[in-house]
Design a protein around this ligand. Structure first.
Ligand code: FES
Length: 169
């Protein structure tokens, strides 16, 4: 599979990896097809994303996408940030192979889930936006549940089987 230089750069040197202390919003989504999971935490100041971190349990494209999304939305208003879609991210990365486009949905949807969580916490449920793809969206209170439950490709979590095990992509 051919990746652009930008994808390879963001995969090898991902920006904004980690998790914020006391985040204002947390979004975690799991792709129901590939089993990959992405988690974003945001800080919000004056309705703008002032800080953002990600953790991604998935393929190289998903890591590059996560990194790029964090760079694209930092400093944007919440309303602007949720308009960033998978084509914007794929374009900023110099393109993604067709089979990897769903990875960019994972990135934009993890961000939207984090912003939605902020809006829920702050009493603005009317602002909540739909996700682009079909995911298992994890609410903030479910944040320690680390698996999408797909049971595919080495993801062995089931309802009572304990922690996630992955055997790689
Ligand atoms: S996020 Fe599923 S293969 Fe990349």
């Amino acid at each position: 599979m051919n990746y652009s230089d930008k994808v390879l750069d963001h995969f090898m040197n991902p920006r904004n990896v980690g998790e914020l202390d006391n985040p204002d919003g947390v979004g975690q989504v799991g792709n129901i097809n590939c089993g990959d999971i992405m988690r974003m935490t945001i800080k919000v100041v004056d309705n703008r994303i002032s800080d953002i971190r990600f953790k991604t349990f998935g393929c190289g494209a998903a890591i590059a996408v996560s990194s790029m999304v964090t760079e694209m939305v930092r400093g944007k208003t919440l309303e602007e940030s949720v308009t960033v879609n998978r084509d914007d991210v794929a374009g900023a990365l110099g393109g993604l192979p067709e089979k990897k486009l769903h990875c960019s949905n994972l990135g934009t949807d993890a961000l939207k889930a984090a912003v939605n969580d902020y809006w829920r916490r702050t009493g603005h449920p009317e602002k909540i936006v739909p996700l682009e793809d079909e995911h298992l969206e994890h609410q903030a209170e479910e944040q320690n549940s680390a698996c999408c439950g797909s049971n595919e490709r080495g993801c062995r979590q089931s309802a009572d089987s304990g922690p996630v095990e992955r055997t790689g992509d």
